[in-house]
Every structure is written in C-alpha cells, then in structure tokens.
Design a protein around this ligand. Structure first.
Ligand code: T46
Length: 138
C-alpha cells in the first residue's frame, strides 16, 4: 500500500447537507489511537517538515484548502485537500510539508499511535539516511 488520496464514503445531498466517514481497519489500514487538528493558521504558512519512523496517519481538511507535499526520499508528490470528502493516507517514512492555501482552513488527523516526539525525524538529511538505508522497506 502506498500513501494516496482517497474519497471518503459520503451520504446526503444539498438539501440537508452531507456526512462523510471512514472506519478503522476497514477503510484505513490501522486502528486510530489519537485525533488532533490544526486551525487558525495564516495563509501561506508551512507546517510539518518532518517524517515519522512508525506513525501512520490520515489527513483531511473539512473546511478550506491545504496542500500536502509527500516526499519518500526519491520523489515528491503534491496532494490538494480541497474537499471534506478527500482524505490522504500518509504511511510511515514520508517527509511531509503542509501549506495553508485558504483562510480558515482546518487540518484534521487520525493517527495510529499516541504522541511520541521520539517517533519524529525533524532533520531532512537524517530522513534521507533512513530512506537510503531502506529503514521503511523492512
Ligand atoms: C504530523 C502533521 C500532519 C503534542 O504535544 N501532541 C500532539 O498530538 C501533536 C500532534 C503535537 N504535539 C506538540 C508537539 C509540538 O510541540 O505540538 C507542537 C506542534 O507540533 P508540530 O510542530 O509537530 O506540528 P505540525 O503541524 O508541524 O505537525 C503535526 C504533527 O505533529 C505531525 O505528527 O504528521 O501535523
């Protein structure tokens, strides 16, 4: 499985609104241990700038527009979260940068584990060493 954008199951219509959802281990390949969200971020701000050793996550933007750049050490891909129906699966081992593209955008994240700063790689050269040594290929 690779990191990719998927479309959440969505129920409803324009008359009374929409409800979107995804379920642990059915729609995403892990159990959710933590939910967090980022908001009040000025347009143009870049956040992220790290990779995770083990953590797997799903990112979605229920309101606004956020661009996420995923880098596996070989290539970078850009994903635009511009609809509440879209979600981005970010597997372990991807350097990620998030750019706030619209005022008031909210980023929600479902994560496979509790917060642990030791799981972060915040130095890009260190990330490249992990990628080149095949740390995530095992
Ligand atoms: C990620 C992207 C998508 C906590 O104490 N608990 C938490 O659950 C989280 C997520 C963060 N923190 C602390 C760690 C830092 O002192 O909150 C502060 C800001 O975190 P950070 O600079 O890592 O925030 P982002 O927006 O760059 O990254 C976050 C997540 O940390 C990260 O895991 O993948 O969103």
């Amino acid at each position: 499985m690779k990191s990719a954008v998927f479309k959440n199951k969505t129920i409803g219509g324009h008359q009374s609104g929409f409800l979107s959802f995804f379920e642990s281990e059915k729609d995403i390949p892990f159990s959710i241990r933590r939910i967090y969200y980022t908001y009040g971020v000025p347009v143009g701000t870049k956040r992220g700038m790290h990779a995770h050793k083990k953590l797997q996550q799903v990112l979605w933007c229920p309101h606004g527009e956020i661009e996420v750049i995923l880098d596996d050490g070989n290539e970078k891909k850009s994903y635009l979260l511009d609809s509440p129906e879209k979600a981005l699966l970010v597997l372990r081992g991807y350097w990620h940068d998030m750019y706030w593209r619209k005022e008031g955008s909210v980023l929600c994240v479902a994560a496979s584990d509790y917060y642990d700063e030791a799981d972060y790689i915040r130095d890009y050269d260190e990330f490249l060493r992990y990628a080149q040594e095949g740390y995530w290929d095992k």
